[in-house]
Structure formats: C-alpha cells, structure tokens
Design a protein around this ligand. Sequence first.
Ligand code: AMP
Length: 122
Amino acid sequence: MAYDRNNIFARILRGEIPSKKVYEDAHALAFHDIAPQAPIHVLVIPKGEYVSWDDFSARAGEAEIAGFVRAVGTVARQLGIAEKGYRLLANHGADGGQEVPHLHVHLFGGRRLGRMVAKAGE
Ligand code: AMP
C-alpha cells in the first residue's frame, strides 16, 4: 500500500490539523486520541512516512526504530502510567481494524483494561 500524504495523521504532523500534543521529538509525535477508549488514550506516531507496523518494521532505519520505541516508553512515563501499567496496540490492515494509514501505536492506561481482544463477531 502506497503512503497517502493526505491522511489525517500526516496533516497533523504538518500542523494543518490541530491535535492535543503530549510529546514530540525528532522521531515521534504523541497526542490524545479524539475518541478516547480509556481514561488515558494517546497515539504515538513516527515522523516518517510509514503506513503501518508492517511497513515500518520492513523499511525504517535503525535510528528511526530505536527513536520511535524509546518515544513510546518516554510518553508512558511522562503520563505517569508506567508504574501501574498500560497497554500498547498497533492495528495493521483490515483484520487489525486499521482506519488511519499512518503507523500509530495506541497507548491505553488509567484503569484495568480488561480482555485483550474482542470476541469473534464483536
Ligand atoms: P486505528 O483504528 O488503529 O487506525 O485507529 C485510529 C484512531 O485515530 C482512532 O482511535 C481515532 O479515534 C483516532 N483519530 C482519528 N482522527 C483523529 C484526530 N484528528 N485526532 C486524534 N485522533 C484521531
């Protein structure tokens, strides 16, 4: 799948659409999800043009991968949820339920998060 430079997260990265930013560095941007599904629901995205985890893991350079992974951990610690716990989720493709075609890791926390995956048909 080719990267779409007009996807909503690309537009947030360019500052064309506002976001509630919680963190930014050379490799990543983190902002609150517009429709939170937990008391804390933040999205962490790489600054590079990657459609999904599949694309990122295949094409990104070592510095980008290290920078992005470290940013996710930093954001969780900054949000104060590292001690009590949190969940990371990255949807890829149709079966994963991915809606926005720019890699994003969901970071959920602030309560007990329940079962990991929806039952079939949910
Ligand atoms: P996914 O299904 O993994 O692609 O998740 C996309 C997520 O992006 C959903 O949780 C949406 O609520 C969230 N989202 C969509 N548009 C925005 C936006 N403008 N700002 C923040 N979050 C958004």
